[in-house]
Design a binder for this molecule. Structure first.
Ligand code: 5AD
Length: 462
């Protein structure tokens, strides 16, 4: 059977989709190639959120067509995901070497289409149609493929799409209308993951605060999303729950209270801000004000004082003035984010903001990006330094990405901690003493925690 290499661009949802496609292909007898040079099928799972992300995947495919195809003409090349969805047939027209274009509602058809191509039944496939029920098709997990290297954490997709239509955002076009899976279906998937050794689950959706709004609705004052959190929380053996991304507009008090009530829900919130200026928030169609955003962070900190709060911010939205931008800077200082992802505004096809007047020059976007980055880094550095000397609970995930001789895990507030340990620690919850802080990384020492603990005394009966 052929081997496959999947390269993923973009967000956690894309990582999750790639994992599900890989697991589906393995179940059908395909193997995973260790590199694209050795693969019979190369799939690029793409991101459309900014033009740079599309350009990157497009350039990569041109390169594969020129280099890999030249030596191995039978290699199958495919695009999947958001750019496949938004560009469809156009990709086949522009890049004649591409064999497969698979949209965001068709990931579960990957194996069938590859079989068709290998069997010569079809020369090329482009499927970007909508499919009822596709939200429940992202369910297979790879979990590192073998029992020896068990996955400790897993992503679970709970919904697809977004109806918010922020004026800058292409997601409603690439992911479609909001559709939610049932609570029972999601809980079944989570239970299976826990039975396979997973300790931490991150619930994923483009706008999780809208989960089940239509399909499930409010019950006893609790939104469908909070009902889902409660149901997942019941699973024995699951230690930690996270979710991403909520929308500030739908961030109700029931969700804030869930942090106080549900001990498995980690003290960490990724709350996309986009701008600190009310004028821009309106132009962006975000549906909340600066004051409302700040208020949510106050409520979260009242419920969980040490909660880690991170955000997404766009700089250089059309018409953003220096005064608007300073409102964003001042909000960042006021809220004291633990970290923030900063994006330079990128006009996207068919979105209202792309045709707004006063599109800003690249230099202005760049300069604001740098200034905001500096502010975020200064605040983040202080937040991370404040952890030094503390004891933090860490779920050990595996070898450190920076230095494979060490281990890494995350605190409940979602900060990476690197420490010296042994493979038997992987999958364990450990208390570590934080010794040092680097750039958005903590360094911990398990030995020091052990020394601090009272030594157990063994008394022999008199
Ligand atoms: N330009 C720049 N950044 C964008 N984002 C979404 N659309 C755009 C765009 N057109 C950012 C937002 C979002 C994150 C995932 O990507 O900050 O939260």
């Amino acid at each position: 059977m052929p081997s496959v290499f999947i390269k993923t661009y973009g967000c956690q949802m894309n990582e999750r989709d790639s994992e599900a496609v890989a697991a589906q292909l393995i179940a059908k007898g395909y193997s995973l190639a260790p590199s694209e040079a050795l693969a019979d099928v190369i799939l690029l799972n793409t991101c459309s959120v900014r033009d740079a992300a599309e350009q990157k995947a497009f350039g990569k495919m041109q390169n594969l067509a020129a280099e890999v195809r030249r030596h191995r003409p039978n290699v199958v090349l495919g695009f999947m995901g958001c750019m496949a969805q938004s560009r469809g047939q156009e990709l086949l027209d522009q890049l004649p070497d591409v064999d497969l274009v698979l949209g965001t509602q068709k990931f579960h058809r990957a194996a069938d289409y590859l079989d068709d191509i290998f069997a010569g039944r079809r020369a090329k496939v482009c499927d970007v149609a909508e499919e009822t029920g596709s939200e429940a098709t992202i369910r297979e997990h790879l979990l590192n493929g073998d029992a020896a290297a068990k996955s400790v954490t897993a992503f679970v997709s709970i919904m697809q799409g977004c109806n918010q239509h922020c004026t800058f955002c292409i997601v409603p076009f690439t992911r479609g209308e909001e559709r939610s899976r049932t609570i029972a279906d999601i809980v079944t998937e989570c239970r299976e993951l826990v039975a396979r050794g997973v300790k931490e689950i991150t619930l994923l959706g483009q706008i999780v605060t809208s989960y089940g709004k239509r399909e499930i609705g409010v019950c006893d004052g609790k939104s469908a999303f909070v009902q889902l959190l409660e149901a997942v929380h019941e699973i024995d053996g699951l230690e930690r729950i996270r979710f991403t991304s909520p929308h500030p507009k739908g961030y109700g008090d029931d969700l804030v209270e869930a942090y106080a009530r549900l001990p498995k829900l980690c003290e960490s919130a990724h709350l996309p801000l986009q701008s600190g200026s009310d004028r821009l928030l309106k132009l962006m169609h975000r549906g909340y004000t600066r004051e409302r955003f700040i208020n949510i962070t106050h409520k979260l900190r009242a419920a969980k004082p040490d909660i880690g709060i991170t955000t997404d911010i766009i700089v250089g939205f059309p018409g953003e003035t220096e005064a608007d931008f300073e409102e964003t800077l001042s909000l960042a200082r006021e809220v004291q984010f633990d970290n923030a992802y900063i994006f330079k505004y990128s006009p996207r096809k068919d979105t209202p903001a792309a045709t707004l007047p006063n599109q800003l020059p690249q230099e202005v976007k760049e300069e604001r990006n740098q200034r905001l980055l500096q502010t975020i880094n200064e605040i983040g550095a202080r937040k991370y330094e404040a952890c030094i000397g503390q004891r933090q609970q860490v779920l050990v995930e595996g070898p450190s990405r920076r230095n494979a001789a060490r281990l890494e895990g995350r605190t409940r507030t979602n900060k990476i901690v690197v420490f010296e340990g042994s493979p038997r620690h992987i999958g364990q919850l450990m208390d570590l003493k934080i010794e040092r802080a680097g750039s958005f990384t903590l360094y911990g020492d398990p030995a020091i925690v052990n020394l601090d603990e009272p030594v157990p005394q063994i008394f022999s009966p008199a």
